[in-house]
Design a protein around this ligand. Structure first.
Ligand SMILES: C[S@@+](CC[C@H](N)C(=O)[O-])C[C@H]1O[C@@H](n2cnc3c(N)ncnc32)[C@H](O)[C@@H]1O
Length: 214
């Protein structure tokens, strides 16, 4: 399956779209985490697109945040860089790189906030499981993960019978994460989860494959 990720971002132009509603939930949860942070925050966004779920929140909260956004598409990565520049966010680094390998996060982890939005609906269940199981190697103790999963994804790669966000929740629970929030609107197919990692960090290792988009 190939995707036109530029076209995918166009749904954001409609403020009433499910994607725009999802964006608002993600921004809200990110803002709350940054607002409650006791000190410096290291933020990582996997498959960050043009960074619209992150960069305006960094600008409006104005906290002590170092952010690394990882996006494979060079134009979307450039768009994120341009937005960061426009918002005078000089502690944002946008890496044009494959977010599916831990090598992409060298020097940016352990993260206090990790965003994996628009990822789990594009990879196999096995890759979701691998990614969730490997996240502690990218996280500080007490870190939060903001994730999304659609339940009406065209050509959904899941084999799970039912709402695939339930599989994601189960995988986080099995890996030892605590669920902080889970948003499941009755009238829309998007889901947003926030999970906290309570354990000790595990050692970071480059070169570990997390996922590949199908
Ligand atoms: C569904 S979009 C989500 C974008 C953004 N996180 C959001 O929610 O607005 C998926 C994004 O992942 C990017 N992508 C696909 N494969 C990738 C990879 N291996 N590494 C980094 N980014 C990737 C695409 O270019 C696209 O921008």
């Amino acid at each position: 399956m190939t995707h036109d990720w530029h076209a995918w971002h166009e749904e954001y132009a409609d403020p009433a779209s499910d994607l725009s509603r999802r964006l608002s939930v993600v921004r809200d949860r990110l803002g709350a985490l940054l607002g409650a942070a006791p000190g410096r925050v290291r933020l990582v966004s996997m498959c960050s697109g043009d960074g619209r779920d992150t960069l305006p929140v960094l600008a409006s909260t104005g906290g002590d945040v170092d952010a690394v956004l990882v996006e494979l598409d060079p134009d979307l990565a450039d768009a994120a860089r341009a937005t960061a520049r426009d918002l005078a966010l000089d502690r944002v680094e946008v890496r044009t790189a494959d977010a599916g390998t831990t090598s992409a996060y060298a020097g940016a982890v352990p993260a206090d906030v990790l965003m994996t939005c628009g990822v789990f609906g594009n990879v196999t269940d096995a890759d979701v499981a691998t990614t969730v199981a490997q996240l502690p190697a990218l996280l500080a103790t007490g870190a939060h993960v903001i994730w999304t999963r659609g339940c009406r994804v065209p050509q959904d790669p899941t084999d799970f019978d039912g709402d695939p966000s339930e599989l994601v929740r189960r995988l986080f629970a099995e890996a030892g994460f605590e669920e902080v929030d889970f948003v499941r609107p009755d009238d829309a197919g998007f889901r947003v989860g926030v999970h906290r990692w309570p354990g000790a960090g595990t050692p970071y290792q480059p070169g570990v494959r997390l996922f590949s988009f199908v």
